[in-house]
Design a protein around this ligand. Structure first.
Ligand SMILES: Nc1nc2c(ncn2[C@@H]2O[C@H](COP(=O)(O)OP(=O)(O)OP(=O)(O)O)[C@@H](O)[C@H]2O)c(=O)[nH]1
Length: 435
């Protein structure tokens, strides 16, 4: 008698009738599994338990195209990391997913239930990594212990579904339900902290994936799906559905990540091009672009009046000469942060070049703009410069005006500049405004 014949015989002598656990009647297949588990011979007979033709049926090229395409997405994202995009974590997530989907196609071995558990663990790990990549943009990440607990719970449910109930339908339902749960949790907590257009793109992609997974779970419960054996299930419409929705989700995610990271990079370089590196204020180019958007002729909300303060640190060349250029840089940086502190958040502060600064105060009339200028001037005088120059006091001069209704901004700027030089001529350390 060959080994296979002996296995067949062992399997055939097992009772086929349904049995009971306590008050609960359990199905034939589960009853047989329990018997086998008790006798410790289930591994020998699992081929009989899961009588599937495709256990020995190699996956087609079309089926392999699913993990291959996901792997390509992962490679693309990892490669993008090396040219400066922050996409490595996303690549790792899709890499994990592609391994999970590849294991799904590998021929089942003697250890088929473990294969299911490993395959599903890779898929869930991929989803968790993607969620962590999303959360790392804005909010606190889910605790690692929570993720491990979810992974263990999912694996336990998968093993129960496979070993006890020999049900691929149940196994798929559990892994998808856990994936959906993890994605919904991350998406909902992230959606409360959306700050940029790229955040919105990623949120929409995650919502789409969460909805697809949830829809699939509902379909699993609601539709009269046949309870197929493990191998048969892969080739059924349900198995195909899970593979292709996985592929669709991965492609949507890859596009969303590329759009979001490209947008982030553009925003980063735009911000750098519009910001003065020393003070963190707008530079000339940044100011022009801000003025373009606020003072466009067709922009009726352009606040009028708008207070304009032109400020200049007095005798700055001497500061450089006496204390050095690095100290001069520090004085500029502290003056810049003073402008930011004293003005309200809607104000627009810019470094016009050298030691000359501009502050725009939307909605401020001449009186309140002058008050702000005086406050800044007084605060600057009172700054202490220990340890480099403990006894030094530095001063600044200010010219203040307002943009009249329908007045071109350039003419108000010229007026503020003239007033600043009037303050210099008056002996510096004072504020001059037009009446
Ligand atoms: N440390 C430092 N110095 C700068 C920077 N940009 C310009 N300067 C210096 O700022 C000085 C400006 O000098 P001036 O235009 O003569 O003005 P001032 O000495 O402040 O004289 P008044 O404006 O008339 O009070 C020059 O010596 C520039 O080299 C910078 O980014 N860092």
């Amino acid at each position: 008698m060959s080994l296979n014949d002996r296995r067949e015989t062992r399997c055939n002598i097992l009772p086929h009738a349904a049995c009971r656990i306590g008050q609960h009647r359990i199905p034939d297949k589960a009853a047989r599994t329990l018997q086998l588990l008790r006798s410790g011979k289930w591994l020998l007979c699992h081929r009989r338990l899961f009588p599937c033709t495709s256990l020995f049926m190699p996956a087609t090229l079309l089926e392999w195209s699913v993990p291959a395409a996901i792997l390509l997405c992962a490679i693309g994202l990892c490669a993008a990391h090396f040219v400066g995009f922050r996409t490595l974590q996303w690549g790792a997530a899709l890499g994990c997913l592609s391994i999970g989907y590849a294991i799904m196609l590998v021929q089942a071995s003697e250890f088929s239930p473990y294969k299911q558990a490993v395959e599903d663990a890779f898929i869930l790990c991929g989803v968790m990594l993607a969620c962590r990549a999303l959360q790392s943009r804005r909010c606190r990440q889910t605790s690692l212990y929570v993720d491990i607990a979810v992974l263990l719970a999912s694996t336990a449910m998968v093993i129960v579904s496979v070993v006890l109930f020999a049900s691929a339908k149940l196994e798929s339902f559990f892994v998808q339900a856990f994936c959906a749960l993890v994605i919904w949790r991350a998406t909902l907590s992230f959606s409360r902290r959306i700050a940029t257009a790229s955040d919105k793109v990623l949120t929409v992609a995650f919502l789409f994936i969460a909805l697809v997974l949830t829809g699939q779970c509902i379909l699993y419960i609601a539709a009269p799906t046949p309870d197929l054996a493990l191998g048969e299930w892969r080739l059924s419409v349900w198995g195909t559905l899970i593979q292709y929705t996985g592929l669709l989700g991965s492609i949507v995610l890859t596009f969303a990540v590329f759009i979001a990271t490209s947008y982030d990079a553009i925003e980063k370089y735009r911000h750098q091009a519009h910001t003065d590196a020393l003070t963190g204020l707008l530079n000339r180019q940044g100011l022009d672009s801000r003025l373009d958007s606020v003072f466009r002729p067709a922009f009726p909300e352009a606040a009028t009046p708008t207070g304009v303060i032109m400020a200049d640190i007095d005798n700055f060349k001497r500061i450089n000469d006496i204390f050095g250029h690095a100290f001069g840089d520090m004085v500029l940086a502290r003056f810049g942060s003073l402008l930011r502190q004293e003005a309200d958040p809607q104000a627009c502060a810019a470094r016009m070049g050298g030691e000359e600064f501009l502050l725009l105060l939307p909605g401020a009339d001449l009186e309140s703009a002058t008050a702000v200028a005086e406050e800044i001037r007084a605060s600057f005088v009172s700054l202490r410069w220990a340890p480099h120059a403990p006894d030094a006091r530095f001063t600044a001069s200010m010219g203040v005006t307002v943009v009249e209704a329908d007045e071109p901004f350039a003419s108000a700027l010229k007026r503020a500049d003239d007033l600043l030089y009037a303050a210099k001529r008056r002996g510096r350390n004072c504020t001059v405004w037009n009446v």
